[in-house]
Design a protein around this ligand. Structure first.
Ligand SMILES: [Zn+2]
Length: 370
């Protein structure tokens, strides 16, 4: 047996739950009980609506709708998120509810599609109602403050009565008259950005609140946007060898570039092996001509990352396989290199004989990061 909340219980529950509210004149006595001869209660749930209009406070609290005298809900929740208490007794908001969905709300079970053939009950006997201001056109957005107060309003009622979120329903879940409310986009809630209102999401948000003390607020800290990387360039870099050189078997050996045709000189000035320094991104290729590499034997090519003279990272191996009449190969180069690091290319002669690196031309476009 759950008696409807008294005015003081409403005030206390909403205040504890962090719902800001004002009290519409006469809200503690305005009712439909006398006119219908039916008392409000026992209560079994909360029913959620959108107003399908704007500035509806006067209508829901005092003026009513055609053929429907006010009050039209217990609480009016405008876009500001500051609720207005308009009644704590019987109100005209729920209309006829299908018995199958109504029973599910009472039992806090998943709510089936309302089925008129299961019979109907007068939802106004037992359901609290909130009218949430929204045009109901599917485009009008519920602001964050409004949705946050909406979750709190439902949670306050559940907490007072010891109910779970399963006691909260939408008009569309009970109506046998084809009601579609509530619906529409929500600006955001907690860390969540814009989303479409659903009763499933509202119940999940109510359930989350109920796991915490009434004073709880959802964490709204959003993850900072990723730092924007500014790229300048690309600088064109073209390095080569002034002379061919011998490469003995075994041991990684850096290509020392001794020729440079670049529009931004200097990357390899201190160390001829360096072709890019970070923070930067680059794409390019290394054209190799190897003489004397036995057919079928392998020279491995690998980019390596350095901090000063300390080797920090090795990148995947590319294999050049000896072919008759000199070996020609193009090795793709593309990477990001962090600040303070430099990139070099190393070769490993896996044959059993000295070979000649006849030509090594590195061409790259380099974008500096900032
Ligand atoms: Zn409704």
């Amino acid at each position: 047996m759950s008696d409807p909340m008294t005015p003081d219980q409403w005030r206390a529950a909403l205040k504890a739950e962090g719902v800001k509210f004002t009290e519409y004149s006469g809200w503690t006595t305005r009712d439909r009980d006398a006119a219908t001869g039916k008392a409000f209660g026992p209560v079994h749930g909360a029913l959620n609506h959108h107003t399908a209009g704007s500035n509806s406070l006067g209508a829901v609290a005092a003026d009513g709708a055609p053929n429907l005298p006010a009050p039209l809900c217990h609480t009016f929740l405008p876009k500001s998120g500051v609720a207005v208490l308009v009644s704590c007794h019987r109100a005209n908001h729920a209309g006829l509810a299908a018995v199958n969905s109504y029973n599910a709300i009472v039992a806090e079970k998943p709510i089936p599609k309302p089925d008129k053939s299961s019979g109907t009950v007068d939802g106004n006997d037992a359901l609290y109602g909130v009218e949430v201001e929204n045009l109901g056109n599917g485009k009008d957005v519920y602001p964050r403050a409004q949705y946050d107060a909406w979750v709190r309003w439902n949670a306050a009622i559940c907490r007072h009565h010891g109910w779970g979120a399963g006691s909260c329903a939408g008009h569309l879940e009970t109506s046998v008259e084809g009601k579609v409310d509530p619906l529409g986009p929500v600006e955001g809630y907690g860390k969540r950005g814009r989303f479409q209102f659903t009763m499933q999401q509202l119940r999940a948000d109510i359930a989350e609140r109920l796991k915490h003390p009434a004073s709880w607020s959802p964490d709204t800290a959003s993850t900072p946007p990723p730092k924007e990387v500014k790229l300048t360039g690309p600088a064109y870099t073209n390095l080569g060898l002034a002379h061919s050189y011998q490469l003995a078997p075994g041991g990684w050996n850096e290509i020392q570039f001794t020729e440079e045709w670049t529009d931004e000189a200097g990357h390899h000035a201190a160390n001829g092996a360096v072709f890019a320094v970070g923070a930067a991104r680059f794409t390019g290729s290394l054209s190799l001509r190897l003489d004397g590499l036995p057919v079928g034997d392998v020279v491995q090519v690998r980019m390596s990352e350095w901090e000063g003279d300390a080797l920090k990272a090795l990148h995947p191996i590319h294999e050049v396989i000896g072919t008759p009449g000199g070996t020609y190969s193009i090795v793709p180069l593309a990477k990001r290199i962090g600040a303070g690091r430099s990139m070099r290319v190393r070769l490993l002669n896996q044959s059993k004989t000295d070979i000649e690196v006849a030509s090594a031309v590195l061409t790259a476009l380099i974008w500096k990061e900032s």
